[in-house]
Design a protein around this ligand. Structure first.
Ligand code: UGA
Ligand code: MN
Length: 344
């Protein structure tokens, strides 16, 4: 009985050992398999991580490219805007008289800068026709291109000042009159291209280097015969001006030749178009004494002192300045020459 129990116990014991062993083996296998799986997973994760890094790099590259393209598009649309956007001087109003501005101009390093500044002022003025007359044998490419793109209604003319009446380099500025034949070419254009019964307007001689307030143009627009006003920083004074008493001009505040009937600067008056037509022979002359250009024209136009219409708050306000652009010295070009293909 005892033997029997012992053998049964032994049997049970061996069965238990077998079962334990099987369990151990299977668990061991399981752990082994799990480790391998982990490894596989880790490897997979690494691959995914690498793929994510690669994709991120690709995205970064695309973003950089997109930025480059955006900048390119921006640059091109800016260029397109410049090329196609030609602002046209303020809206025209058929009830307003037109301002005919005659501007003599000549080739020099500062020319485009002066013309640019002046044109940007004129872009704000309604009913304006800009007559630009080059002191040159032929129309230059610079001025032709400039006028084509300036956005102002304009007429481009040219006429050369003969050598004998032209300032030479180094001559004092006052030695010879400037812009005479060019202003006359402008007058001739007005007298031939316009119709005195249809065109109502005012003529003003606007040098290319002066500075003009927008108010000045509205002051001159209502000119009946001849409007006058002060001119700033001219004639060695803070300003020159007509002297006004009870609304009439009685003389001139000027240091220089106050005995002139009309002792004013070119920038200081405007003439009604009808007077330009009715005195069709009146022109500027290179042969008048120094400082008599304006005086001579107004006398030929049959103007009397009593005809003058003081503007700009009875000549108490300076709305135009006789500025001058400094002549640029280019001595360093010999050492560091600039690209001649770039227009200045
Ligand atoms: C001053 C007056 O303000 C001018 O209106 C007047 O014509 C001149 O004096 C004169 O007494 O002849 P200023 O500043 O000394 O003018 O002269 P610039 O500005 O050098 O020349 C007047 C205009 O003529 C300008 O529009 C200028 O571009 C033009 N000009 C000048 C030429 O067409 N050719 C030239 O050789 C020089
Ligand atoms: Mn000037």
């Amino acid at each position: 009985m005892v033997m029997m129990t012992q053998s049964r116990l032994l049997c049970l014991y061996s069965v238990l050992i077998f079962l334990g062993f099987t369990w151990f083996i299977s668990t061991f296998e399981y752990f082994c398999n799990n480790d391998e799986l982990l490894e596989v997973r880790e490897r997979q994760i690494d691959t995914y991580k690498q793929q994510v890094t690669d994709k991120n790099r690709e995205i970064e590259n695309i973003q950089t490219k997109m930025q480059e393209y955006e900048e390119k598009i921006q640059r091109l649309s800016h260029l397109l805007q410049i090329k196609t956007c030609k602002p046209v001087a303020g809206d025209n109003d058929p009830t307003l008289p037109t301002l005919y501005l005659i501007t003599p101009t000549y080739s020099r390093l500062e020319q485009k800068a002066d013309l640019t500044r002046l044109s940007h002022t004129l872009l704000h003025v309604r009913n304006l026709h800009w007559i630009v007359v080059e002191d040159s044998e032929v129309k230059t490419r610079l001025v032709t291109n400039f006028l084509a793109n300036c956005g102002i209604h304009n007429t481009h003319l040219n006429t050369l000042t003969p050598k004998q009446v032209k300032l030479k380099a180094g001559d004092p500025q006052w030695l010879k009159p400037r812009g005479v034949l060019q202003r006359n070419a402008g007058l001739t254009w007005i007298r031939t291209a316009l119709n005195p019964s249809k065109n109502k307007g005012v003529v003003y001689f606007a040098d290319d280097d002066n500075t003009y307030s927008l108010e000045l143009f509205e002051e001159m627009r209502q000119t009946q015969k001849v409007s006058v006003w002060p001119v700033g920083i001219v004639g060695g004074l803070r300003f020159e001006s007509p002297m006004v008493q009870n609304g009439s001009v009685i003389g001139w505040h000027t240091f220089w030749k106050p005995e002139r009937t009309f002792a004013l600067d070119m920038a200081g008056f405007a003439v009604n178009l009808a007077i330009i037509f009715s005195h069709s022979n009146a022109v500027f002359s290179n042969n008048v004494p120094r400082g008599y250009l304006e005086n001579s024209l107004l006398l030929q136009l049959g103007v009397k002192l009593k005809d003058l219409e003081p503007r700009a708050e009875n000549c108490n306000k300076v709305l135009v300045w006789h500025t001058r652009t400094e002549k640029t010295k280019t001595k360093n070009e010999k050492i560091t020459p600039s690209d001649i293909n770039i227009e200045v």
